[in-house]
Design a protein around this ligand. Structure first.
Ligand code: PXG
Length: 460
C-alpha cells in the first residue's frame, strides 16, 4: 500500500503490531493508538488527521532551526550522492568530519580544540565515562573512578547514560547504576529551597557536591557531570550562585567538570553553550540534538585541552569508538546547521530578543491560578502546576495533573511536554515574537481548560 493511502487507523494498527516505542507502556499505547506525525514546516507539524500542531518542544529539544530548512536538506543530499559513508577508524576520515571538527573548535569555548564523535547524546556520555576514567589511569591515579551526578538528571538511556542520569524508574530496571556512579540532590529551589533565597539555596546545593567529595575522598573522585539547566528533569533553572560555586569546588579538589550540553548547546540558552550562560569552564562537554537540529543523528564530546593533552601525549591507543563516529552525512548537515545559526544570528537573537520576550510572557502566565512557579532560560520554559497557589501545595502525583494539561494542549494544536506537573516548552530558535504570542495564547487557553477540568474532577 502506498504511504499516502493509509488511514490513521491503519497506521495505528501496524504500529501497535510491530513497533515498541521508547519510554512507553506498550500495552496502554496499543489500546489508545499512537499519533502519527506526517509533515513539518517552520515551527509546525501536521498529524495524519491533518491537524496542525505548534511544536513548542522542537521535536524532542532538537529542531532548533525549525522544519524544512533547505540548506540542511541540500547538504545531506549532496553528501549522500558524493560519499554516503566512510569511517574514521584505521587512519582514515572524510572532509565533512574534518571541517565540522574545525567549526566546533571555533564555536565552543576556547579550552576546546578537539572533538570525539558519537551517534547520540547517550553514546556521548558513554564516551565521557570511558574518557574520564582513562584520563586518570594515564595520569597514574586509577583510584579516581567515581563520577558524581545528580538526582533527576537525564544523561541518556544506554547503560552508562542511564547510570549517570538520576531517574529512579530507569535505575529500577536492569540493575543500575553501574559501579562508581553516585548522585547528589538537584538544585531545584521549588522542591528543596523555598525556605531560603534562591542565591543562598544555590550555594547550599553546590555544597552537597563538596560534602559528597569529602565523604568519598577526593582521591577517588574522577568527575562531576551536570546539565546547565536540567531539561528532561523539568527545565530546572539553577540559581545564579550554583555553577560558579560548583566550579570552585571542582577546581579545589582537582576533579574534572563535565557539562552535558545535549539540550542547552547550540544557542538554546542564549549563548552557544549553557556553561557560558552560567559562567563555568568545563573540561568536557557532551553534545547532540541541536548540533544537526535533529535532522540526522549526531552526537559527541568536546574534549578540553587539560584532558586532550594527556590522552594525546601520554595515552597511547584509546580503545573506544563507534561505526558512525564522524558520519559524513551527519557532519555535513551539522556544518550547514551551524552556518545557518551563524548567518541568521540565532544565538544573539535568543539572548537579546526572544529569550527576554519569552521571559516576560511567562511572567504573565505565572499569574494563572494553576501556576505555582514560572521559569525560563533562553528559549526554554517551565510552569509548575499547583493545587493551591497561595500555599504552593502541589497535586497528588498519582492524579497526573500534568498529563491532563498535556491532553488539552494536544487537543488544541500545541505540543507541550509534561514532566510530572511541570509543563515545559523548548520551541525552535527561529520563532518570531508573534509566534511566541501565539504559543503563549495557546498555553493560557490550555491552562484555563485544565483548571476547569480539575475543578470538574473535584481535585481542587
Ligand atoms: N543528555 C541530555 C541532557 C539529554 O537531554 C541525552 C543526554 C541523551 O541523548 P540521546 O541522543 O541519546 O537521546 C539527552 C536526551 C524528554 C527526553 O523526555 C529528553 C531526552 C531524550 C528523550 C526524551 O524530555 N534527552
Amino acid at each position: 500500500m502506498k504511504r499516502t493511502e493509509r488511514s490513521t487507523n491503519d497506521w495505528q494498527a501496524a504500529d501497535s503490531a510491530h513497533h515498541l516505542h521508547p519510554f512507553t507502556d506498550f500495552k496502554s499505547l496499543a489500546a489508545k493508538g499512537t499519533r502519527v506525525i506526517v509533515r513539518g514546516d517552520n515551527i509546525y507539524v501536521w498529524d495524519s488527521e491533518g491537524q496542525r500542531l505548534l511544536d513548542a518542544m522542537s521535536g524532542l529539544w532538537c529542531v532548533n532551526v525549525g522544519y524544512g530548512q533547505q540548506a540542511l536538506i541540500d547538504a545531506a543530499t549532496e553528501q549522500l550522492k558524493r560519499l554516503p559513508f566512510y569511517n574514521s577508524f584505521f587512519q582514515t576520515t572524510t572532509p565533512p568530519a574534518i571541517e565540522l571538527s574545525e567549526l566546533l573548535a571555533e564555536v565552543t569555548p576556547p579550552q576546546f580544540k578537539h572533538v570525539f564523535f558519537s551517534g547520540s547524546g547517550s553514546e556521548g556520555n558513554d564516551t565521557i565515562v570511558r574518557m574520564v576514567r582513562r584520563y586518570w589511569d594515564v595520569l597514574g591515579q586509577p583510584g579516581r573512578q567515581v563520577i558524581i551526578s545528580r538526582r533527576n538528571a537525564y544523561h541518556g538511556s544506554t547503560m552508562a547514560g542511564a547510570s549517570l542520569g538520576g531517574m529512579q524508574g530507569m535505575h529500577a530496571q536492569g540493575g543500575l547504576p553501574i559501579p562508581d556512579i553516585v548522585h547528589i540532590e538537584q538544585p531545584c529551589w521549588f522542591t528543596h529551597g523555598q525556605a531560603m533565597s534562591r542565591d543562598d539555596f544555590g550555594l547550599k546545593a553546590a555544597k552537597w557536591l563538596e560534602d559528597k567529595i569529602i565523604e568519598i575522598g577526593a582521591d577517588k573522585v574522577a568527575a562531576f557531570i551536570g546539565e546547565p539547566v536540567q531539561g528532561a528533569g523539568g527545565v530546572v533553572v539553577p540559581p545564579d550562585t550554583y555553577w560558579p560555586e560548583i566550579q570552585r569546588i571542582c577546581d579545589e579538589h582537582g576533579i574534572l567538570l563535565v557539562s552535558d550540553e545535549v539540550i542547552c548547546g547550540f544557542g538554546r540558552t542564549g549563548r552557544w553553550f549553557g556553561c557560558e550562560t552560567f559562567g563555568y569552564r568545563p573540561d568536557l562537554m557532551t553534545f547532540a540534538k541541536g548540533v544537526t537540529s535533529g535532522y540526522i543523528p549526531l552526537g559527541g564530546v568536546m574534549v578540553g585541552e587539560r584532558v586532550a593533552k594527556v590522552l594525546i601525549d601520554q595515552g597511547g591507543e584509546f580503545h573506544h569508538g563507534y561505526t558512525y563516529s564522524g558520519h559524513p552525512v551527519a557532519c555535513a548537515v551539522a556544518i550547514a546547521n551551524i552556518r545557518l545559526i551563524q548567518r541568521e544570528g540565532l544565538v544573539e537573537r535568543v539572548r537579546t530578543e526572544l529569550g527576554p520576550y519569552l521571559a516576560r510572557q511567562f511572567e504573565s502566565l505565572a499569574e494563572h491560578p494553576l501556576v505555582g512557579e514560572a521559569q525560563t532560560c533562553g528559549m526554554m520554559g517551565a510552569l509548575q502546576l499547583v493545587r493551591n497557589k497561595a500555599s504552593g501545595e502541589v497535586f497528588d502525583p498519582l492524579l497526573e495533573a500534568g498529563m491532563v494539561c498535556r491532553g488539552h494542549c494536544f487537543g488544541n494544536g500545541l505540543v507541550m511536554r509534561a514532566v510530572g506537573d511541570r509543563m515545559i516548552v523548548a520551541p525552535p530558535l527561529v520563532m518570531t515574537t508573534a509566534q511566541i504570542d501565539e504559543m503563549v495564547a495557546l498555553i493560557r487557553q490550555c491552562l484555563d481548560l485544565t483548571l476547569a477540568d480539575v475543578k470538574r474532577r473535584g481535585w481542587l
